[in-house]
Write a protein of this length. Structure first.
Length: 400
């Protein structure tokens, strides 16, 4: 048994995989730390809370740019040093956040930090596919489980340091220290994987041309509508519950935490599920459950108890959709980092555009519109999924 553990620890693919997992814990921690610290950052910069929404837009803009640039980098150079340097850059910028007295400078920092995180996101997803090939399914679910774990732990970290001298600043500094250690580990991690199909002049069986653009666009739209639904519900359910008097302010906060906790548990359980079921089966079941739960939430929109069931059920059922959809794309396309970055733009734009539009609609009508818009986004997500299934090669690609 001990020898098996030693052999497992020495496995290069496993060491690389855990390196990517630690990167995604940092990504989840960092992306979730802004929300709980918004009031403190507003006071720090002398800004109203209304203007602090620009922080999310700035981070998303940099993230999108990093995702686009990342596609041109990882096909050409070794990925581990790039991600290690990007992670150290993120750590340095996190240290600066609680020291920045001006909103404009804080926005610049978040754009730059988002750019580096976009590189990390593209690199980790792509290199994980290159590492495990057609067996990537459970590993991809694991990667995004660790993102959910980081996002769940981040508010707890902030809560622990509120009463300490220095307060919220310690949360940023602790995160920066952890991020720096992960960055140093990536710099020393050997054996950056390379694409199995580096020659893009080769055609994909069953698809015309060197790159199956319709399938790439379908995969991009799949992530766009899914991420839009996820971020919209997670970001607006607090306002929905409080405005409609379905929960107190504290109850709405716990409701939001319940959504992300269920989401994290769903990501964990999706790891063994990926070894037993195909991506088509997992995504189909998850989407049917999500739409059914949302339909019940629409019918009983005045019930606080139903809203709790909606948040927990939706978080759990949404969890496997993103990583399983990306795995499906990896089995259908010669997944170079450039193609990965195009597909991941759907993630970036979904998190940027749809939640902003929802805010405008809610302001002009009613918070009840949020549930309808999430439902509509997942319907479009289902259509994009159907497009992926229709456009993918009859015989899935082997990426080993």
């Amino acid at each position: 048994m001990f020898k098996k553990l030693i052999t497992f620890a020495k496995n290069g693919a496993i060491r690389q995989t855990f390196g990517y997992y630690f990167l995604f814990i940092c990504l989840g921690l960092d992306m979730a730390i802004v929300g709980p610290t918004l009031p403190a950052l507003a006071e720090q910069t002398g800004s109203g809370l209304g203007r602090m929404g620009l922080l999310f837009l700035a981070g998303s803009a940099g993230y999108t740019l990093g995702t686009m640039i990342g596609g041109r980098i990882f096909d050409r150079v070794r990925g581990h040093p790039v991600m290690g340097i990007a992670q150290l850059f993120v750590a340095a910028l996190i240290i600066l956040v609680p020291f920045t007295p001006w909103l404009w400078l804080l926005l610049v920092i978040l754009v730059c930090k988002g750019f580096a995180e976009g590189l990390i996101n593209t690199g980790a997803n792509t290199l994980l596919v290159w590492t495990h090939g057609e067996k990537v399914g459970p590993f991809m679910n694991g990667l995004h489980f660790f993102f959910g774990l980081g996002a769940f732990l981040s508010p707890l970290l902030v809560a622990q340091v509120i009463g300490v001298a220095g307060g919220y600043r310690w949360a940023f500094w602790a995160l920066a220290a952890f991020a720096a250690l992960v960055g140093l580990r990536m710099l020393t991690l050997p054996g950056s994987p390379q694409p199995a199909h580096a020659d893009e002049s080769k055609t994909v069986p069953g698809v015309r041309g060197p790159i199956p653009y319709p399938l790439v666009i379908a995969a991009m739209l799949f992530l766009f509508f899914y991420v839009g639904a996820e971020i919209t519900f997670g970001g607006w359910v607090y306002t929905y519950a409080v405005t409609l008097k379905l929960a107190s302010a504290a109850g709405a906060a716990y409701l939001t935490s319940a959504f992300w906790l269920a989401f994290t548990i769903g990501r964990l359980l999706s790891i063994p599920a990926a070894t037993r079921f195909t991506p088509k089966q997992i995504i189909s079941a998850a989407l049917v459950c999500c739409l059914s739960i949302l339909a019940i939430g629409i019918i009983f929109s005045g019930s606080g108890a139903v809203l709790w069931e909606l948040a927990i059920g939706l978080g759990f059922c949404m969890a496997p959709i993103w990583p399983t959809g990306f795995t499906l794309a990896g089995r259908s396309i010669n997944l170079t980092s450039r193609i990965s970055s195009v597909i991941l733009l759907g993630d970036s734009f979904g998190g940027m555009i749809l939640p902003t539009l929802v805010g405008q609609v809610i302001e002009g009508s009613s918070p009840r519109a949020m549930i309808y818009l999430v439902f509509g986004s997942l319907v479009l997500n289902s259509l994009a999924f159907a497009g992926m299934l229709r456009l993918r090669p009859v015989k899935p690609l082997s990426t080993t």
